[in-house]
Every structure is written in C-alpha cells, then in structure tokens.
Design a protein around this ligand. Structure first.
Ligand code: MG
Length: 420
C-alpha cells in the first residue's frame, strides 16, 4: 500500500473507529491556553473550540492543535475543500501531509509507537508538524507555504466523532488574514528580507483617487509609439514570434485560457511606458491566484499586475511590486473590474566586460500614485529566487499569462534616448 492509499485508508478507518478500543485520542483543551500566544475557548453547545486571540510576535512554535494519541488517529487544520494540513499515526507510522488544491504532498513521516502527542503548529507562514515522545518535541516537517483562509480545525477522535469523517470541525474566524509567502527562499541582496517574505510589512492600502482616468482612456503624447489603441494587436506577437492568442475585445485585449505570453514585436531599452489594465470583475482565487499578470521590462524585470484590492499576498509579489524584490510604497490598487494605469520609467542596466556597471533603475506610478521611485534593481527578478545580472540588450515588453483573464488597453511607449 503506498502512502496515499494508506492515508485514504486511515481516514476511512477513523470513521469506523468506534470498535477499535485501542485507538484513543485525548483532546486536551487545557493545553491550548498554555502557549502564551493564543487563547482558546470552548464554544457552548458544540463541543468545539475557537481561537480568541493571538500574538503575531511569537509564532515560531504557535500550537494550533495538539492531541495525545494511543493507537491510530490524528489532527488536521483545514481551509475547506481540498486544502489542509494533517498529521496522524497509522500502524506505528506518523504521517504529515499538506494538501493544497487537492494535490497531496507528504511533508514527512517517522516511526513511532506507544503513547505520543501530535500537534500542528502555525508560525504565520508555515504549518509545522511535530510529535512528542517523552519530553521531547520532534519536528517531522513543515509545509513550505500557506495561504489558506478561512481556517477550520479538527481532531480525529472516536469519542468526539461527528459524521462519517469522524472529524470534529470548528471554524476559526480569527485565523483569517494569515500571512502568505515563503521563508525558505534566498535573501534579497541589500535587504533583511528573503524573497516573498511573509513578514515584510504590508504596504498600506490607499484610495488612489482619479489622477489617471478610470472610465475612458486618455490619449498618448504625439511622439509616443502606440502599442495598442484598442483596435488591433499588430504590434504584438506570442512568445515564439507567432500571432498573439490573446482575445481582442471592445477597446481592450484579454488573456485567455493557455494563451501564453504576449510581447511587443519591437524591442525596447530605456523607456517611459504607459499601460492600463483591469483585473477580472468576478473575484476568483486569493493571494497570487487573483487577477495575476505582469509587465516585463526588457523581457526580464516584472512589474506585478495583480488584484490586490482587499487581497493579501506576500508584499514583494503584489500589484506594482518589483516581483520578488520590492513591495510598492503603498497599495494603490483599484477594485477588480475597474481600469487602472501604470506609468513606468525604466532605465536599462549597463555592462562592461561582462559585468554590470550601472544597475537597472525604475520608477512606477500606479493610478498616478508613486509606488517605486528611482529604485535600483539588484538583478534579474524571479519566483522564489534571486539571480545576478546577465549581460543583455533591449528586450520585448512582455505581458504575463498567469491563468487569469486580465485585460489591457491604451498602451504607449516613449524611448528614453540620452539627451545632448
Ligand atoms: Mg505576475
């Protein structure tokens, strides 16, 4: 029996556990209030409990749930259908699993028999899976990302079973708004943060007003190269140089299912770029899964496009961030469905003998509000990594297909040539 099948078998067997007298899960409510970081209380009439408060300062070992176990059983922490962390023992083996969007990843496993404690911790960014045998807590593993809201928690127990799942489930409203990100990523050069650091301060959300139009697009300066005027995609191609597969709408174009990257036929170096975009009006997904696209300068440096209107994500990955490097100064995102604008001033890096002699520099206005000001980019930007510069020349302006139907309109560009 492989682990997955075994896991399923254990879940099923828990539903039939009433006859298995040897299996005993002791739900020790008193333990939950001892940690100092949270306070749990019973919910009258439900047999359940909820977290009433928690300190965000000391979450390294924050215990979300803990049980004492004789025989088989375990605990889980869930964000609804298809997303949960779970730790349990079956046939002398302790398993830790993360399931995200229905995809199951084993986090770790270890042999252990006899009476033990199991717990799932939460450090603000990770689930942590541990067991105690004797006095010592041992870590089995931790999940590399969470972003699962709202939470439910449960304990598999024969004495407090409810329904076929035999899990007692409680909504944890107070765990909403958890932090998203990674802590196992490299340090960003010149900062105290790692790439996509969940503990980096969140930019304040502001109302950007109407410095840039929302309903009707403006008109470009007379010396601009118009990349999209609302009527055709002649200036664009797909990532292989073929006709773009994005859909042309009434005055805009939109990322379709598996339509791939779209990029300008022309390559550009230092530029002033004006581009307007709208996240889907219908809200779907959360964190990086909501209204995600991106504008790549020189084909390499992503200015994130994302619906971050009341949608938390890791700060260096939200709208108007330099992806994986630097959050915007403020979150000037408009509500989904509304048109918004980026005005980007990008200066190319310079190289000599294979080395960078001047780093790329960028200034961004999001809906007319300055979000990046003369920022030196430390290297090539990317997901969960830092990359040093590599010598490059002008590149395509590229728009990302991140699987969300993001729209663009009114795109124009002015090349920044040296002035005499
Ligand atoms: Mg993106």
């Amino acid at each position: 029996m492989n682990t997955t099948t075994f896991f399923a078998a254990v879940i099923l067997s828990l539903g039939l556990a009433a006859s298995q007298a040897a299996d005993k899960v002791i739900f020790e409510d008193s333990d939950f209030s001892k940690g100092g970081w949270s306070e749990f209380i019973e919910i009258p009439g439900t047999g359940g409990w909820e977290v009433k408060s928690r300190e965000l300062g000391e979450l390294v070992q924050g215990v979300v749930q803990e049980v004492t176990l004789e025989g088989d059983g375990g605990v889980y922490l869930s964000a609804g259908r298809g997303n949960y962390g779970s730790i349990f023992r079956g046939e002398g083996v302790i398993y830790a699993f993360r399931v995200r969007n229905g995809e199951r990843d084993p986090v770790g496993q270890v042999d252990s028999s006899g009476k033990i404690d199991l717990r799932i911790g939460f450090d603000g960014a990770f689930f942590i899976y541990e067991y105690r045998s004797g006095d010592k807590w041992s870590r089995i593993g931790k999940s590399d990302i969470v972003g699962l809201v709202p939470y439910k928690a449960g304990v598999s127990t024969s004495s407090r079973a409810s329904g076929m799942s035999n899990y007692r489930v409680v909504e944890l409203e107070s765990l909403k708004g958890v932090r998203f990100g990674y802590t196992n990523t490299p340090k960003i050069p010149g900062t105290p943060w790692v790439v996509h650091d969940p503990f980096r301060p969140q930019p304040r959300q502001i109302n950007p007003g109407t410095v840039t139009p929302r309903d009707e697009p403006g008109t470009p300066p007379s010396d601009a190269i118009v990349l999209f005027d609302g009527t055709h995609l002649d200036a664009w191609e797909d990532g292989k140089g073929n006709a773009p597969r994005w859909t042309l709408g009434n005055g805009y174009f939109e990322c379709g299912k598996k339509s791939g990257t779209i990029r300008t036929k022309q390559k550009f170096g230092s530029v002033q770029l004006h581009i307007e975009w709208a996240a889907p009006a219908e809200i779907k997904g959360s964190s990086q899964g909501r209204g995600n696209s991106g504008v790549f300068l020189a084909g390499l440096y992503e200015v994130q496009v994302q619906d971050n209107y009341d949608n938390l994500t890791y700060p260096d990955g939200q709208a108007s961030s330099l992806y994986g490097f630097r959050p915007p100064r403020v979150n000037a995102t408009r509500p989904p469905g509304e048109w918004q604008a980026y005005d980007i001033i990008f200066e190319m890096p310079e190289f000599k003998d294979g080395n960078v002699t001047k780093k790329a520099k960028i200034t961004i206005l999001h809906n007319g509000v300055i979000t990046q000001h003369g920022v030196e980019i430390p290297g090539i930007l990317g997901h969960k990594k830092t990359q040093p510069y590599r010598v490059h020349g002008p590149g395509h302006i590229q728009l990302q297909d991140h699987g969300n139907p993001v729209r663009y309109r009114n795109i124009w560009i002015r090349e920044l040539k040296p002035i005499r």
